[in-house]
Each structure stands twice: as C-alpha cells, then as structure tokens.
Design a protein around this ligand. Structure first.
Ligand code: PBG
Length: 324
C-alpha cells in the first residue's frame, strides 16, 4: 500500500510514545480534598468513597504528612458539622471556636509551607442544607453575601491561603474580595467555583458531610447541565470581580466547559473531579469491571487534556503514591 502518512509510526515503541505524548500530569497540579470532623482520634470511612475518611484534626495532620511524603502540597478542606451546631444562618461557620477554623490554624502551624484552600458556602453549617440563606423556601441572594464574607474573613484570619466560594450566589466574588481587602487580607487568594453545575455527581460528598438540602434542590443557583455559553457569563463576572482561579465542577461531564475557560481566560483553570466521579471508578473496579489504576490515570489525563491547569481530586494521594 502507498500510504504516505502513517500515524502509527509515532506509536511504535514505548520510548516513541513517551516522546510524542502531548499531555502530562504531575503531582504539583493536584489538590487533595480532606473532610474534617470535630474531636480527636477520629478516622471514619466514607462508605461511598473507598479510601476517603472523615478525620479529626490529629488524624488529618497524619494524613497530610503522608501526602506530603508523596509530594502533594495543596489541600482543600471541608467540615462535617454536627447537626446541633447548624442553624438557619450558618453562624457557627465564623465563630472563633469553630473546629474548622481551629483545624486551619493547626494545619498552618504545623505545615506553614503548604497551600491550604478553604470552602465558603452555607450548606455544611445550615439547618436547611442550602448554600445560601433560605427565606420562605427561597434561596435569597443578597442577604447571603455578608454571611459568606464573614466566613471568608474568618478563614483568612485562621490562615487560609486561598478561599474557595462554592455557593454560586451572584456577586459573591466581588463582595468577598472587597471584604477581605478591607480587613487587610489582600494577599489571600480566591478560587471561584465559577461554573458549578446542579449535578447528580455530588451524591457521595453530601453523604460524607451530611449536607444534602432538607427541602428542594440547588437548581436556582447551580447551573443547568445543558448549558455551555452561560458558563462564560459566570467566567467573565468572576474574572472581573477579582477571582484568582476559575473552576469548573464536575469535571468529566463538562470537559467542553474546561476547554472554553482555558481559551477565554488567562488565569489558572481548575477542574473539580468530584465525589461521584471517584465513586464510579471505585465501585466498578471493586466489581472487577475495570482496572482502577488505568481508569484513574486516563480520567485525570483527559481533564488535563481538556485544559485544566489544576485538578482537585480524591485520587490525588493514590496517584502521587503510585505514579512516577
Ligand atoms: C457545596 C459543595 C458541594 C461540593 C463541594 N462543595 C456539593 C453540593 O453542591 O451539594 C461537592 C464536591 C464533591 O462532590 O466532591 N458547597
């Protein structure tokens, strides 16, 4: 056969495939989520997320140390708040004795060089289980902003390097940025959950934090999975309001949105490879239906290929310990 162009030549040997590989994923691009509990000596497995635990601060410090040995240097923290500390206004989130804030202080005290990202949204602390304030079954936008800002300032005071608003209220990036600056935290960064979709893939996370909405759903603030152009509106706003990072969440069903962000914004693009995406691979691998390690690498590489500079993933520790 006279075939001039034979793409298979570039796949001939492992060394050639290495040389022609377009995308790589290194540990430096990974962020590992940690679920925090009050108390001590707690290490409670999340049923739907094999390998992931809810940790009291002492156990979390051990977990962080193990991750650091594998080369993971960035963590994003989420609190599992006991029901008796929840109320309609999420007031516990900014009380100085809040165990989440205490945990941030401890982590920064033991590991000042690590990058600690925190979560800003009402749901873990809200008796309604919504990211914003609920009034007569409505999630009200503007009254939520001061609460989010209180939370953000408290986390910055505790030592957070980067604040991660995951609530999807309008105008919150600008509001939080202003409040942080007013209090002298101009060095604290903001990683905006910019295109956060109303997704079925958050299921295991809500189990882990017991943070599911008590009533209704999150569709009046999280985005419609059918929409792509609308993500660019969110992107423009968060960029203009001062976000330092733009995030797409979930990752796998939204690779086109990750690509759009990469092509339209010149700040780091983050993809959140969420709990349900992790659980799917773990469940199938447990049944012997697919190979855990190969699926993990393929999925993470595909998120990089789509354009993510940074990936938040429950696989971070496992990837760092197995690959390279
Ligand atoms: C809510 C929040 C959610 C996640 C991070 N922050 C879930 C939700 O919107 O209900 C999900 C993360 C995951 O599924 O891994 N503020």
């Amino acid at each position: 056969m006279e075939i001039i162009r034979r793409p298979r030549r570039n796949r001939n040997t492992a060394a050639i495939r290495e040389l022609t590989q377009e995308t790589y994923l290194i540990k430096e691009q990974l962020v590992y989520p940690l679920f925090l509990l009050p108390g001590e000596n707690q290490r409670v497995m999340v049923d739907s997320m094999p390998g992931i635990f809810r940790l009291s601060i002492d156990s979390a410090l051990e977990e962080i140390e193990a991750c650091v040995l594998h080369g993971i240097h960035s963590f994003i923290l989420f609190p599992a708040v006991p029901d008796n500390l929840k109320d309609t206004n999420a007031t516990y989130s900014y009380q100085s004795d809040c165990f989440y804030l205490e945990s941030i202080r401890k982590i920064k005290q033991y590991f000042p060089e690590l990058c600690i990202i925190t979560d800003v949204a009402m749901d873990p602390y809200s008796s309604d289980g919504h990211d914003g304030l609920v009034e007569e079954d409505e999630i009200v936008n503007d009254k939520t902003l001061p609460i989010l800002a209180n939370m953000a300032v408290a986390q910055a005071q505790a030592g957070a390097d980067i604040i991660g608003p995951s609530d999807m209220m309008d105008g919150r990036i600008g509001y939080i940025r202003k409040e942080l600056d007013k209090q002298g935290f101009h060095k604290t960064g903001i990683m905006a959950y910019t295109a956060k979709y109303a997704s079925a893939f958050y299921g295991p996370f809500r189990d882990a934090l017991d943070s599911a909405p008590k009533k209704g759903n999150k569709k009046t603030y999280q985005m419609n999975p059918a929409n792509r152009r609308e993500a660019l509106i969110e992107g423009n706003l968060d960029f203009q309001e001062g976000a330092d990072f733009l995030m797409v969440k979930p990752a796998l069903a939204y690779l086109d949105v990750i690509r759009d962000f990469k092509e339209n914004f010149n700040i780091p693009i983050v993809a959140y490879n969420v709990s349900g995406e992790y659980a799917m691979i773990k469940a199938a691998a447990k049944k012997g239906w697919l190979d855990n390690d190969k699926a993990m690498v393929e999925v993470l590489l595909s998120i990089r290929r789509a354009g993510a500079d940074i990936i938040i993933t429950y696989f971070a520790k496992e990837y760092a310990s197995k690959i390279h």
